[in-house]
Design a protein around this ligand. Structure first.
Ligand code: SF4
Length: 438
């Protein structure tokens, strides 16, 4: 980033952000400093703006709605709200280890532990009790991908008294070709989305502008088309981008889905991948191993994937969140827009694979390893993620039976560097790659 740009963002971060945004501001500064000597890309710009927009909204009197990492905020954008994707906070603290004192404090006050509740959200409770968590005007969450998430959001809602709304995600498929098809799935969700809209209208004393919704949904679809093309390009051998690149699409859609910013970033990512494919450029020079990582990455260790690339010429094609699989839907009429919102919610990263029968996840994984010409599967796994924990072994057996590929499943907490350390993780992966894969 050139120095003028760095100084511009430094200046933008100045002034008081409010007491509850003190840690949010610290994260902004840490992120800016961390990126000082890195290339300034549309993804960097998007991240910086995610932080800046919250104090700005507060100053302008725009209601802030907090929501989890498994919901695209297009509806909120179309209703002139400022969405705050909560895990930018509670997970975003992990790379800097800022979350660990809050995990410890959450333990002290007796709210769960790793085997029972996930540390992706748990620091929210401790940080709130310490006066360090952002307090929104409205709170929204879903029943999936896990009971852990829904529980922590409920606790946060009760502690803060912030008005909240939640959606129950149905189990069955909406695709008629699926053996798990149920004709009521989409209608069940559309009904709840309409109730959500009425709730926002009541809380913010404004009406949904249907034209705005249609325009927002059209922009969502445009970005989804770019991501679809990007995901297709990653099937190329060698993979045209380095390991963590696809995660940029996920962050974009879960924070800015439905805006011009999202269209710009997803197009940039697609264009880069396409250009590299055209010129035969690999994301990891001399690519030797293609890894499927069908779970979240290790958030506390940003150096793990670069280490894999350098030590083993290995590329992690996509992690589970970066594997954004939502297809563009029909937005020609308002009713179709509601349907698109519903389908987008059901297919969202981690929801589509974790909301129903285990076959959803197994099919996803089998297609992933076959289509992306994968050499091995790696899954870090934590006890708190009970559904994933239950699925991992069965899914890895299915992969072995159908393709013969090996899987490494190892225990660790992706949010807490102290449970299983970076060194131990690297040791497990090294052993697996050298003794089983190579
Ligand atoms: S890692 Fe698992 S338990 Fe934690 S928030 Fe994600 S789905 Fe829930």
């Amino acid at each position: 980033m050139d120095i003028e740009l760095f100084n511009k963002y430094k200046k933008l971060g100045r002034g008081s952000w409010g007491k509850d945004l003190l840690m949010w501001k610290t994260m902004y500064t840490a992120f800016l400093t961390q990126n000082k000597d890195e290339e300034f890309t549309p993804v960097t710009e998007l991240f910086l703006n995610i932080f800046l927009e919250i104090p700005k909204a507060r100053k302008e009197g725009i209601p802030i709605i907090m929501h989890p990492f498994n919901y695209g905020p297009e509806l909120f954008h179309s209703m002139n709200l400022a969405p705050l994707m909560q895990e930018v906070f509670s997970v975003g603290l992990a790379p800097f280890h800022f979350n660990e004192p809050y995990i410890d404090f959450t333990n002290e006050i007796g709210y769960g532990d790793n085997p029972t509740l996930c540390n992706a959200q748990r620091p929210l409770i401790g940080s709130y009790m310490r006066g360090a968590a952002p307090i929104p005007d409205l709170l929204f969450y879903l029943s999936t991908p896990c009971n852990s998430l829904a529980m922590t959001y409920q606790v946060f809602q009760n502690l803060t008294g912030v008005p909240g709304f939640n959606i129950d995600i149905p189990y069955w498929a909406y695709d008629k070709a699926s053996e798990f098809y149920d004709g009521k799935t989409i209608d069940y969700l559309i009904k709840q989305i309409k109730e959500l809209i009425s709730w926002i209208e009541k809380e913010t004393k404004q009406k949904l502008d249907l034209k705005n919704l249609q325009q927002t949904m059209t922009q969502v679809n445009q970005a989804r088309e770019y991501i679809w093309e990007f995901n297709e390009l990653l099937k190329t051998v060698p993979c045209p981008v380095p390991s963590i690149t696809g995660f940029g699409n996920f962050v974009t859609m879960v924070t800015r889905g439905g805006t011009n910013d999202a269209v710009k970033v997803t197009k940039w990512l697609r264009d880069n991948a396409a250009e590299n494919v055209k010129n035969g450029i690999a994301g990891v020079p001399d690519e030797k191993i293609r890894i499927a990582w069908p779970y979240t990455h290790i958030f506390f260790d940003q150096e793990l994937f670069p280490w894999l690339e350098e030590q083993f010429n290995a590329v992690v094609i996509l992690d589970m969140l970066g594997f954004y699989q939502v297809l563009p839907h029909d937005t020609s009429t308002i009713e179709k827009c509601y349907e698109s919102l519903a389908k987008g919610t059901l297919d969202f990263s981690m929801i589509g694979t974790c909301r129903g029968p285990i076959e959803y996840y197994i099919d996803f994984l089998l297609n992933y390893v076959k289509e992306y010409k994968i050499d091995c599967v790696i899954m870090p796994m934590q006890f708190a993620c009970k559904h994933a924990y239950a699925m991992a072994r069965v899914a890895s057996e299915a992969v072995r039976e159908e393709t013969g590929l090996p899987t490494l499943i190892f225990g660790c907490d992706p949010y807490d560097s102290r449970e299983v350390t970076s060194e131990e993780i690297k040791e497990r992966i090294s052993e697996f790659l050298t003794q089983v894969v190579l």
